[in-house]
Design a protein around this ligand. Sequence first.
Ligand code: SF4
Length: 703
Amino acid sequence: LPTTRQPDAVTEAICGYCATGCSLKLHLKNGEAINLSADSEYPVNIGMACPKGWEALSPLEADDRATRPLIRNSSGELSPASWDEALKYFVRTFKDIGEQYGTDSLAWLSTGQIPSEEMAYLGALCKFGIGMIHGDGNTRQCMATSVAAYKESFGFDAPPYTYADFEESDVIILTGSNLCITHPIMWQRVMRNKRNPKIIVIDPRRTETAMAATQHLPLQPKSDLVLFYGIARLLIEHNWVDQAYVDANVKGYQALKQFLLEGPYDLPTVARCSGLEETDLFDLARTIGSGRRVSLWWTMGVNQSYEGTRVAQSIINIALLTGNIGKPGTGANSITGQCNAMGSRLFSNSTNLLGGHLFTNETHRIKVANTLGIPVDVIPDQNSWAYDQIIDGIEAGKIKALWVVATNGAHSWIHQNRFRKIRKKLDCLVVQDMYHTTETAEIADLVLPAAGWGEKEGTFINSERRIGRIRKVRRAPGEALADFHIFQLIAHYWGCGDLFKEWKTPEDVFKILTRLSKGQPCDISGIENYAMIEKAGGIQWPLRDIKDYARERRLFEDGKFHHADQRARLVFEAPRTMPEAPDNEYPFMLLTGRGTSSQWHTQTRTGKSAVLKKLYPQGVYLELNPSDAEKLKVKADDTVTIESRRGRITAKAYLTGSVSPGQVFLPMHYAMVNQLTHNSVDSYSRQPSYKACAVNVFSAKQN
Ligand code: SF4
């Protein structure tokens, strides 16, 4: 570097993209980050980072950063306003609507991308200060299923693993997870495994991870529940169950056994349903049943399904039946998506109260009120609607004002045309974001300019429950403010600032969260301040006493779960009918997902990096099997039309054997993809079912 660009200091921050939670070294000049490198001392990434992490600073420099508040004027255009005007507009509009229709007509949607302290402030402001009932996070789109599954199976939303388990397994089973692409550094942890593990990928697509695995089992889309019931039955039939573990720690074995033995989960039926060979299924069961250290991992292929909770629990059942939990290299392990999805799960104050406390529990409400020093009657005693219910509420005319914080629902929510259509039913849409150009900001009435990652302080919690620090390493552009500061200003303008006298800094809020967590399974009352987290290299929850701190900590080593009787539950239910199976009119099964490690979700940030854009096609493409292409008379790079009952888009055909005949794949990073997806959710978690809907494909020339 020229001398003028030589850094004069270095600090660390957790990456702001995925839930892996890599630490990045930020190289500073006069207090501003000028470059970064991967942190070689952090126990998560050990000197590694993926392309998104290496390019974390460039999206901050984008030309379309929101630098001033914008209010839609009488000509229908967003025009610049002062913060005073914007805040008065927000408060006046939300108060008017609340007075006219009730405060349950106001709602917010937030994100797993902001720190826990900001999530907690947003939830507390909305619920205790403004009196709103309904708010949810975009985390509903990625891991609500696993939350629901863990709560019912373990008694608390408690992913049990540490990343060291990737390195200590003999058998690694990845279901609906393209780990190479979605969590590249976790995949590197798999590659560090010196035990020569068998890596089995269960996925309809021949993904990059499937290609690198020991074995790929390309099951039929959404036959996963039947598959795992079939495996569980084989474990029982062949005495591969760890009966001593089950007898001591698990409840529901006899009921599960009866369900499996009496139901259609025999080997031939499961093979026919899943499209897999009987020998492969038998080998899978034997591998699990005889393996010493078997770990089972899943992500969105499981979670984003109309019956995802039960699928996740069918995987949890396998781990419980074989005693593969609470030991090195084992576990029923849901991998989280966003950088702070775990913070959202525990501290977002959306459908739950803070720190794992429940709205519907009087004792919890009193404890929260006492801890925060606020009247108990400002704490609502009902749970919020989930994301899809809020959208339904807008359509039904019940939700009249929506505040969207750091998420881009106009791109990412299912059945996008409906989302955009019902926007007209809102009297007010407020978007708080780093950019004024997201698909959602462009249709807002008010845009509040927010600082991004690297421009504010706080903590994230990664997928292995590790709390890590993020830091301000540059000034936000123009008049953009940290979300934390925006929430403080809204509290002041609303007139409820007195409730938040103690909430002066993110660290103040972190300390409040530690107090609130006391006595909960996610108890972090042993963490006194940020300095402790920095010194330790991140701290996994729970941590009641700093003396208990150890770098790699997994849950349930003592076999005690979080139900009152300390036993885990085997949960099961007959599979449901797919909401929209392919038929004569729409003969293809559409799968959606991440297409590359160099892009993130709706490309809001990664689309601003010239380097990342070079690593990825700029136009939307459809993965299509060559045999289907031949039947459709489509050649490579032809433009094809993809049509579902909800919308129609065009894409370039990419002919590949990675999808089986009858299946097609679209990467989710392109704005139009969710015009096609189906409006169905898992009934327990209310997570959308992105992974399976019926489409037709034809050459655009025939259009
Ligand atoms: Fe960031 Fe995830 Fe990449 Fe790590 S793997 S650098 S956390 S995006």
